[in-house]
Design a protein around this ligand. Structure first.
Ligand code: PEP
Ligand code: MN
Length: 356
């Protein structure tokens, strides 16, 4: 992917890049009050949803285009950059007309290639020079996320970033949207120069999770944070449980520990070498285990025995889980590893059974 830096003129090149503002623009007064308070705390990029995708009809669906001039006033009065969510061609054209600097593609839109393509095509019609941020799709599908990023990139947009806002789940959990950290981490591995921004507001869904989630994002070397902030959160028309005042936001940001990412000490290099060696050993041992397992498969085939012998598997699991406890390894983790290995063994044995 051909990418350019998303640094904005006048904003220092320092982690985290912070985008803050209300979930939704509600009234001109609320937009401007929140903006002035945030600007007073040193926030330089202002977000506000103008068109709101709501799960069910009948709720507040955003003020729409009449809110765009309010954001223009924010820019004039505070000097902040502005960011809004776009989901249709019309959203893009209207936002560009009002000088919005950052457009973001929401999680429901990222999940729909037709809609993302519509946004990408609309961008091509404009001379938009700003940044486009693409939220992860609601479902945990990395390829879909990358596909959305590619569609925007193919429209000639080079200043692109990804926003990690977590993934829907049916079950009630601590989080509003499960972080599934391995997905954004894999995204970063696949596209190393793509800036990654965390959205602790939509991951956590509640105020008290914003600080720990933001710290976790910083510890994972994320580039930025997008955090919902409202001048009176309890009165917010959408997402009120997760919005915080500019005061609280500033308090949280000041407490963040930003670890220096550039230095790699001698001792870390040594430890990493040890990890590399152990990974080598792990793979060699695993491959050997699979070979033996295939031999067993061959034997079972010749003696007309079923592949799955539950009692034997239960024994292995019991024995290894108590060993894991002694070795101070997580039992759930150990169980997952053993299950994955067992599943692959079974798959290979079945393959042997089906060979002519
Ligand atoms: C938002 O940022 O207000 C929003 C609607 O987010 P998401 O697309 O992550 O649900
Ligand atoms: Mn929101």
């Amino acid at each position: 992917m051909e990418l350019e830096s998303i640094l904005l003129p006048g904003i220092p090149d320092r982690r985290p890049m912070v985008i803050a503002g209300p979930c939704s623009a509600e009234t001109e007064e609320q937009v401007l009050n929140t903006a002035h308070e945030l600007a007073g705390k040193g926030i330089r990029i202002y977000r506000a949803g103008i068109w709101k995708p709501r799960t069910k009809p009948g709720g507040f669906e955003g003020v729409g285009a009449p809110g765009l001039p309010w954001l223009q006033r924010v820019k004039e009065e505070t000097g902040m950059y502005t960011a809004v969510e776009v989901a249709t061609r019309n959203h893009v054209l209207e936002s560009v007309r009002y000088g919005i600097d950052i457009l973001w593609v929401g999680a429901r839109t990222s999940a729909n290639p037709f809609a993302v393509q519509d946004v990408a095509d609309a961008l091509k019609e404009t001379d938009f020079q700003g940044i486009v941020l693409v939220k992860n799709p609601v479902n945990p599908d990395l390829e879909l996320w990358i596909g959305a990023l590619e569609r925007i990139n193919n429209a000639g947009i080079r200043k692109i970033g990804a926003i990690h806002r977590g993934f829907s789940s049916y079950d009630k959990t601590l989080y509003r949207n499960l972080p599934q950290w391995h997905i954004p981490i894999e995204l970063k591995r696949r596209i190393p120069n793509l800036p990654l921004i965390s959205d602790p507001s939509h991951i956590g869904g509640k105020r008290e999770l914003i600080a720990p989630l933001s710290q976790q994002a910083m510890d994972l070397n994320y580039d930025g944070l997008i955090i919902e902030s409202h001048c009176s959160p309890d009165a917010a028309w959408s997402d009120k449980d997760q919005q915080i005042t500019p005061d609280v936001l500033s308090y949280i940001l000041n407490l963040l520990v930003i670890r220096d990412t550039k230095q790699t000490t001698e001792s870390l290099t040594e430890l990493r070498q040890q990890i590399d060696l152990l990974d080598d050993e792990l793979l060699t041992v695993l491959a050997k285990r699979m070979r033996i397992s295939r031999e067993i498969g061959q034997y079972k085939k010749e003696h007309n025995m079923p592949v799955l012998q539950t009692r034997r598997y239960d024994e292995i699991l019991d024995k290894r889980l108590s060993q894991a406890k002694e070795l101070e390894m997580g039992v759930i983790f150990t169980k997952e590893v053993l299950e994955a290995i067992h599943e692959e063994s079974i798959r290979q044995q079945i393959e042997i059974l089906n060979q002519a």
